[in-house]
Design a protein. Structure first.
Length: 54
């Protein structure tokens, strides 16, 4: 059985953040939450958190 925190939506969410905010010189340019938008990013984060903590 697959854990809901590592489901397909979670993987898409984290991959998108990796693409937008890659590690450069050992650090990220910005914190991941700075890339979230009101209409897409924040609802996706809320869905992800719900999947992780219920």
């Amino acid at each position: 059985m697959q854990d809901s925190a590592s489901g397909p939506d979670s993987q898409v969410f984290s991959k998108e953040l990796e693409v937008r905010n890659p590690i450069e010189s050992g650090r990220r340019k910005a914190k991941h939450h700075q890339w979230l938008t009101e209409d897409i990013g924040r609802p996706a984060l809320a869905q992800h958190l719900y999947a992780v903590i219920g």
